[in-house]
Write a protein that binds this ligand. Structure first.
Ligand SMILES: [Mn+2]
Length: 408
């Protein structure tokens, strides 16, 4: 029997504010501790170990400490029988195998932080590379394409053309956007159909929420563990548990289990504030927050509210001052209140005025001329000439034009 833990998107170094600075390490540790308690033969990571391609020294130092500890606790190595692609001549590698993700990718030939961990022999990184490893007589093929630019993902896949190893369970690792998960009009983005067939399991990084699907042709499982930390605070991330996969491979059959981990509590809610005044919205927000706070959280929770709708007549989003609410609850919750979807008549008027200028292709000169005509309460073709002189700063000619105007 071979046990493999599959963990994704740790985003070490993700630190949106002082309070959440340690979350990425704590939640990564939660995943690895649970994984290690299962005594796996191998841990597979599928990209975005780091949040930034050039992390702070502290992040890199913390990551080295973290992975040294994991390797020590695992106390295992992986014996490589065969390899395809890549340049490394190896027979034994660390029991942590990864690809690098889009957050770590740098231009070709440049070293990224995952390469540094590899140089420290803390993990083994695959890019357009396949290895065949053996665990207690069970052959496992691991094929990895690290993060590439989405525009070239299909070409990179076609150029690489990995082949499954014979008499082995073959795992395919990739870290890209897929149109099947987040539908777009972008034809460059990969689809599940682009994944080469012949592999037993597809492991996808990059997507931050847990989901499962099947290859449209071969029906082999596609597994997305999701990140160990919520970075973008998407609504879907508040609905799904964070965690990792544990694969149990016995006699060529793979049992798949998702294991949830503890994370900072996160609640997301859309609130319709249509026709409400800012003062009413503040009351509504306070009520919501108080009701959510009735629950007992093991750690200060994140509440993200997305305000939607058109404000009451006479108010615009700038009139809604949220700082006092955020400050009032700051010792109980981390509040993220999103006003970007709010509209108002005031805002629409200003927008439509500007849009009108664009639609009518009004030049600044024409607007100026209209203002001049309005101010003088007088219309004469010579006003255009006057305006031109004024706008060019030619006072002498302007005076000449004025003397010719028949002002009463
Ligand atoms: Mn990511």
């Amino acid at each position: 029997m071979v046990k493999i833990a599959v963990i994704s998107d740790l985003h070490l170094g993700f630190s949106p504010d002082f309070e959440r600075e340690k979350d990425c390490y704590e939640q990564a540790a939660n995943a690895f501790n649970k994984a290690l308690s299962e005594d796996p033969n191998l841990i597979i990571l599928i990209g975005d170990i780091f949040h930034k391609k050039i992390p702070a020294q502290e992040t890199l130092g913390n990551a080295i400490t973290f992975f040294s500890e994991v390797n020590k606790r695992m106390g295992k190595e992986v014996r490589v029988l065969e390899k395809e692609g890549g340049k490394k001549e190896v027979d034994k590698i660390p029991a942590i195998i990864t690809i690098y993700g889009t957050h770590e990718r740098r231009n070709a030939g440049k070293m990224n932080p995952v390469h540094i961990l590899e140089k420290a022999k803390l993990l083994y990184c695959l890019h357009k590379e396949s290895i065949l490893a053996q665990f207690d007589g069970v052959r496992i093929g691991i094929h990895g394409l690290s993060g590439v630019h989405d525009k070239f993902a299909r070409t990179e896949l076609e150029n690489w053309r990995p082949k499954p190893f014979e008499r082995a369970v073959n795992l395919f690792l990739i870290h890209q956007t897929f149109n099947d998960i987040i539908p777009t009009q972008d034809e460059d983005l990969l689809e599940f159909n682009d994944l080469p067939t012949g592999f037993d399991l597809y492991l996808l990084g990059h997507i931050h929420w847990n989901l499962e699907d099947k290859h449209p042709v071969s029906k082999a499982p596609i597994l997305v563990p999701g990140s160990t930390i919520a970075t973008q605070l998407r609504g879907i991330e508040s609905k799904k548990e964070k965690g990792f996969y544990l694969l149990n491979i016995i006699h060529g059959q793979t049992k798949i289990k998702f294991i949830p981990i503890k994370t900072r509590p996160f609640i997301f809610e859309k609130i319709d504030v249509g026709d409400k005044k800012p003062s009413e919205i503040l009351t509504l927000l306070s009520e919501k927050i108080s009701s959510f706070l009735k629950e007992d959280y093991r750690k200060k929770p994140i509440f993200r509210f997305k305000l939607e709708g058109k404000l009451a007549e006479g108010f615009s989003p700038v009139d809604l001052q949220l700082k006092p609410v955020i400050d009032r609850y700051s010792n109980k919750a981390i509040l993220k209140i999103d006003k970007s979807s709010l509209t108002s008549s005031e805002l629409e008027k200003r927008k439509s005025f500007l849009q009108g200028l664009i639609d009518e292709k009004e030049s600044v000169n024409k607007i100026g001329l209209n203002i001049l005509m309005k101010s003088l309460d007088f219309s004469d073709p010579k006003l255009e000439e006057l305006f031109d002189c004024l706008s060019e700063g030619d006072i002498e000619s302007a005076e000449e034009v004025i003397s010719k105007l028949k002002l009463e």
